[in-house]
Design a protein around this ligand. Structure first.
Ligand code: GYE
Length: 334
């Protein structure tokens, strides 16, 4: 009951805060080619924007990078400077400092972890360069350090995953393990919390939880360790598809059947994940929409034009079971 209320609350909040900016669902997919969401006041002057990406750790990240690069084009009025931080905070800080030095019009980035950004964000503020957060949040007391945060509600994603697990498996005494995303990253912290809240009060027990850093390789390694340590795992909650796909390999190598002997729930809904779901190897996927380019373009244009923007733009996500994945797969673009 309490969970449903929270979810309803989050949905209302999402509706209130997204208005015209609701990120495209997969069916509507990218408006990237159109005009980058620039609207009436399409800038006549090119906007230089420095974007510091987390890395290239997952299918989700690849789709996110493509959305940004396809949208922030010269045709759309942007001069994009793009850098890949290889999942290291120090690389992101260095990239942001170099964008400040170059005097770009806007800085955007997807913070690899939540904490430790205040100093560099203050440097951007002192240089009067607006900052837009995409995908992941920062944990900062001072909200004036950034203009807007565009991204999904990760707590809600974890809750949706946990609610489905409870609906399907409560009463069976399931033992679950968790493959966490990058330690200290917003989606890792929030998905873990959402899932834990949702299964509290059910008889699903979380017996172990370790980071697989959002990658397939590490997801596989961590799952191998779990399988050696426990012979009674019923359920895996992986914070993204890639780690779930790694877990599938480990489970098969251990002679068990993923999706049957050991159920798997993941987050993202990228093509490889959706294929595994349609094939019966994953049981449920909560979507996380990576197509943030159009919203970023729109917000960047507004910020440069001195217009007010929403502090928080919540991207809405859906979820898929095996049947829904079969239907959605042919049109899945990423
Ligand atoms: O779920 C994962 C990626 O920050 C929402 O990062 C993103 C997460 C996504 O590596 O696959």
């Amino acid at each position: 009951m309490g969970r449903n209320f929270r979810r309803a609350g989050a949905a209302v909040l999402a509706a209130l805060t997204t208005t015209a900016l609701v990120a495209c669902s997969s069916e509507q997919a990218p408006q990237a080619e159109e005009n980058g969401g620039g609207g009436d006041d399409a800038a006549t002057e090119t906007i230089s924007i420095g974007f510091s990406q987390v890395g290239a750790e997952s299918g989700w990240r690849a789709a996110n990078t493509k959305s940004i690069q396809d949208t922030l084009t010269a045709e759309n009025g942007f001069d994009l400077k793009f850098s890949d931080a290889q999942q290291k905070q120090e690389n992101q800080i260095q990239a942001i400092r170099s964008y400040i030095q170059q005097g770009v019009d806007v800085i955007a980035f997807s913070p690899v972890v939540e904490t430790g950004w205040d100093a560099v964000l203050e440097e951007a503020k002192a240089a009067s360069i607006p900052v837009i957060l995409t995908d992941r949040a920062v944990d900062s007391e001072d909200e004036s350090l950034y203009e807007s945060f565009i991204g999904s509600d990760f707590v809600l994603e974890g809750e949706m995953a946990g609610d489905w697990a409870v609906e399907q498996y409560d009463g069976e005494g399931f033992k679950a393990v968790e493959l966490q995303g990058t330690t200290g990253a917003a989606p890792m912290i929030d998905r873990q919390q959402g899932f834990a809240d949702a299964i509290a009060g059910s008889d699903i027990e979380m017996i172990d939880s370790q980071t697989g850093n959002f990658t397939r390789t590490e997801g596989k390694q961590v799952m191998e360790g779990f399988l050696q340590k426990y012979d009674d795992i019923d359920l895996v909650f992986a914070h993204n598809d890639d780690m779930g796909l790694g877990a599938i390999e480990a489970i098969e190598a251990a002679g068990k059947v993923p999706g049957k002997d050991i159920k798997i729930i993941t987050v993202d809904a990228v093509k490889d994940g959706m294929q595994a779901l349609a094939d019966g190897k994953i049981n449920y996927i909560v979507e996380c929409n990576p197509l943030l380019g159009p919203d970023l373009a729109e917000i960047a244009k507004k910020v440069v034009a001195g217009e007010e923007v929403q502090k928080r733009i919540v991207v809405e996500d859906q979820a898929f079971d095996q049947e829904a994945a079969k239907e959605a797969l042919p049109d899945r673009q990423y």
